[in-house]
Design a protein around this ligand. Structure first.
Ligand SMILES: Cc1cc2nc3c(=O)[nH]c(=O)nc-3n(C[C@H](O)[C@H](O)[C@H](O)COP(=O)(O)OP(=O)(O)OC[C@H]3O[C@@H](n4cnc5c(N)ncnc54)[C@H](O)[C@@H]3O)c2cc1C
Length: 385
């Protein structure tokens, strides 16, 4: 029987697993998924965790119950691509015929001195909880959020709303929301201002210290907490295994999302470098879940002796929450450039909430309605050229 091994049970690993079970007949293949925790990390909501909110307790084994998929709780420490085995917890190995690599990404904490030692991150649910606990102990003071990308914006807004006793400063190289159209960006800044977030762009942080951050012009911004949200780092495991990776360590894929050097390895989500007509895709859940569903469809095709299909994807939106009562959704062209329309206020809140809660519901539906996932990959995604 074909052994399908999925590494990582985040948004894309879970989509691959549930996308496969709905389409495979009993006896076609055996699926195993590996993740360090049994609890699903809702990464889309980690800024909520960091600001002290309690999320739903979503358990991976519960979602997989009755599917025949084996859940292995463990940490992947290496891949032997020739032997087709994966090492778990440096203790034992699992064999595969087909590997789905879905280990995601985290914020880069190595490039600026002091980040690893003094800054908080949203790199895991535990990291977000550490920040929440620290903020809960502060009676007053300043929180610096480093990075004006969507994660930095959402975090600054959420902390400002949940902790009105704290001053929140968002420090960024680019103007936050620079990827949005002018009107949506202006609305975003109005929302941040309403929450009392102080936005400073055009700044370069050169050092993080126990009591703040140093900027390249010598200024020190004092802070009782620093949240680091910038840069992207992926696991070094793929590169160490000899798979072809890009300059960020992401697995370089062919048009069907297979590793260009190891075609029995599918790479999906943030850990994959997937080229489209407009360039290499950047990591989002929006694009990651379609990659996983496409990989699941391709694996089923290969098991039937057919060739996998080409993957095509076009972005739809840039959804940003501004606390629990506000948000901005910029609708985009397929290449993620801003379109004419955006939503703000309570419509944006409802839209963003739907986006954030839909993956877990989709996994449940995929198990019984395989056509849901099949539609995505058969159509080849939104036209991009
Ligand atoms: C605060 C925040 C808000 C966001 N909001 C949005 C949004 O609104 N829309 C959007 O599209 N995207 C958003 N994103 C981005 C989105 O979360 C990621 O693109 C998405 O999670 C990628 O899915 P993934 O499966 O590749 O990685 P992940 O969801 O991170 O899953 C990777 C899994 O692999 C596991 N893993 C890692 N290393 C190992 C190992 N060595 N061994 C075993 N398991 C391992 C991890 O524990 C994790 O469970 C947001 C991100 C953040 C941080």
């Amino acid at each position: 029987m074909n052994e399908i091994l999925i590494l990582g049970a985040g948004y894309t690993g879970m989509a691959a697993a549930t996308g496969l079970v709905g389409r495979l007949k009993h006896g076609d293949a055996h699926i195993t998924i590996v993740n360090p925790q049994a609890r699903f990390t809702e990464r889309l909501r980690l800024h909520q965790t960091a600001s002290g909110q309690t999320l739903a307790d979503l358990q991976i084994p519960d979602q997989l119950e009755g599917t025949g998929v084996d859940f292995v709780q463990g940490w992947v420490t290496g891949i032997d691509a020739d032997a087709q085995t994966v090492r778990i917890d440096d203790a034992y190995t699992l064999r595969y015929d087909t590997l789905v690599y879905a280990l995601g990404s985290v914020a880069e904490t190595d490039t600026v001195p002091g980040v690893d030692e003094f800054a908080y991150t949203l790199n895991s649910a535990q990291d977000a909880t550490l920040l929440a606990d620290h903020l809960a102990r502060l009676a007053d003071g300043t929180v610096v959020v480093a990075g004006g990308g969507l994660t930095g914006i959402e975090s600054a807004a959420e902390i400002a709303e949940q902790h009105p006793e704290l001053d929140v400063v968002l420090l960024s190289r680019q103007v936050p929301g620079s990827m949005m159209g002018e009107k949506a960006r202006a609305r975003l800044h109005a929302g941040l201002e309403r929450l009392g977030v102080q936005v400073r762009s055009g700044v370069e942080i050169v050092k993080v210290m126990s009591d703040g951050v140093a900027l390249d012009d010598g200024e020190v911004v004092e802070a009782q907490a620093v949240l680091w949200t910038t840069g992207v780092r992926v696991s070094p495991i793929a590169a160490a295994a000899g798979l072809d990776v890009d300059d960020r360590g992401r697995i370089v894929t062919d048009e069907s999302l297979r590793s260009v050097t190891h075609p029995n390895v599918y790479a999906v989500g943030d850990a994959a470098a997937i080229r489209q007509g407009y360039g290499v895709m950047h990591g989002t859940c929006q694009s990651g879940i379609p990659t996983a569903l496409h990989a699941a469809g391709s694996i089923v095709r290969e098991l039937k002796g057919k060739q996998p299909k080409k993957f095509r994807f076009g972005y739809v939106h840039q959804p940003v929450s501004l606390g629990r009562n506000d948000g901005v959704i910029q609708f985009t062209h397929a290449d993620d450039s801003p379109g004419r329309f955006y939503l703000a206020g309570r419509w944006a809140v409802a839209y963003k909430e739907t986006v954030s809660s839909s993956p877990w519901t989709t996994y449940r539906l995929l198990k019984v309605l395989p056509a849901l996932g099949a539609a995505t990959w058969r159509r080849g995604g939104r036209s991009t050229r």
